[in-house]
Design a protein around this ligand. Structure first.
Ligand code: ATP
Ligand code: LTN
Length: 339
């Protein structure tokens, strides 16, 4: 138990790199909503991470509003959690620098996300992309977080965060708590509808494989009806030989709560057409309130700015507490500024 009121401190973040897709929603954001009750939550829009791949400043600015509006539309209530913007908080970059000085380069080169992204952006490779997990470790450790709810793909980064925290504690004396990754049982890894061997992603070149939470019902229907399946016709969970159908079953399970066995029973003797229709309708129903709220919020920049301003203040207060301790431990002097 962690904060002064005995509540757990929850921290997680997403990059403002585009619209949220179903993987982000099922694997991440909807679970954050459940954690808001009874915990002290910090949810970050990590714009400093988003500049590790080619981008345009105008798009980044627009995406921060988009990302915050979608968080809120999914149910993150700025009255119950702290929604903050990473670049507004002093400490993330400072702590990342300190942690980078104890993190071996080899550990960063082994990160799967780095390997994937450096392959994709090999003509514009920058050192920020390699350093990305150190900044992520700083995002987590600066809040002294107990729990970090993420999708399966981020597990390796959280393990590295724990290693870095442990090394800091061994080098300078006990400072950081080792945070726990919380990965959901259903929806932790949603795959592309067009290539079920790779995860659903904003940057998928085939955008028909990615379902966005703000897609209209017609678009959702169309994408699901044209999802890749296989030449058989039975609805059966078998990720090895039926990855497309299994991915759709995963989505239906995460959206409706029905287990795989009950889905198999419901669709025994029916073809993929009926199954896909059911997945589409269940998803459309689930996302309806999210889309409606999003369409209202995107028009209301002032509401988003005031939510971020409030979250930034709370995040800065918490970050300051640990930063002064860290500066002292690593040997930085505290010399006051004079006018
Ligand atoms: P993308 O690869 O689509 O650009 P990302 O991993 O950069 O996405 P973020 O917005 O930074 O996306 O991630 C927010 C959260 O969504 C993270 O906790 C991540 O683990 C989770 N997530 C991303 N993709 C998936 C997926 N396909 N299935 C389940 N969870 C996912
Ligand atoms: N690396 C994550 C985004 C991220 C994050 C974090 C997640 C940056 N900092 C801190 C949890 C905690 C991603 O690519 N999804």
């Amino acid at each position: 138990m962690s904060n002064s009121e005995g509540k757990k401190v929850v921290l997680t973040c997403a990059q403002p790199t585009g619209r949220l897709h179903l993987g982000n929603y099922l694997g991440a954001v909807r679970n954050w909503v459940d954690l808001m009750e009874g915990n002290e939550c910090y949810f970050g829009v990590v714009d400093m991470h988003a500049i590790t791949i080619p981008y345009s400043p105008a798009n980044l600015r627009a995406n921060v509003y988009e990302c915050a509006a979608q968080y809120m539309a999914c149910g993150l209530d700025p009255e119950k959690c702290n929604l903050f913007l990473q670049s507004s908080i002093i400490g993330h970059a400072e702590l990342a620098w300190i942690l980078g000085c104890i993190c071996p380069i080899g550990a960063l080169e082994r990160m799967t996300q780095y390997k994937d992204k450096s392959r994709k952006h090999k003509d514009a490779l920058n050192s920020g992309l390699l350093y990305y997990p150190v900044l992520m470790a700083a995002d987590i450790l600066i809040y002294d977080a107990d729990i970090v709810p993420v999708g399966e793909d981020q597990k390796q980064h959280i393990e590295l965060t724990r290693d870095i925290a442990q090394k800091f504690n061994n080098t300078y004396s006990d400072t950081f708590k080792l945070p726990e990754a919380v990965i959901p049982k259903a929806g932790a890894r949603i795959m592309s509808l067009q290539d079920p061997s790779s995860k659903m992603s904003k940057s998928d070149p085939n955008q028909n494989g990615t379902l966005y939470i703000t897609d209209s019902p017609d678009v959702l229907r169309k994408k699901i009806m044209s999802a890749v399946t296989d030449s058989e016709s039975d609805v059966r969970f078998d990720p090895e030989s039926k990855p497309g159908v299994s991915n759709l079953m995963n989505i239906l399970e995460a959206v409706s709560g029905a287990g795989f066995e009950s889905i198999e029973r419901d669709f025994a003797g029916k073809g993929y057409g009926d199954f896909k229709k059911a997945v589409a309708e269940a998803l459309i129903e689930k996302l309806k309130p999210v889309r409606e709220r999003y369409l209202e919020l995107r028009e209301d920049k002032a509401c988003i700015e005031s939510a971020l301003a409030r979250g930034n203040s709370a995040a800065q207060r918490r970050a300051n507490r640990l930063m002064s301790k860290i500066y002292r431990k690593v040997g930085f002097l505290n010399i006051e500024k004079r006018q």
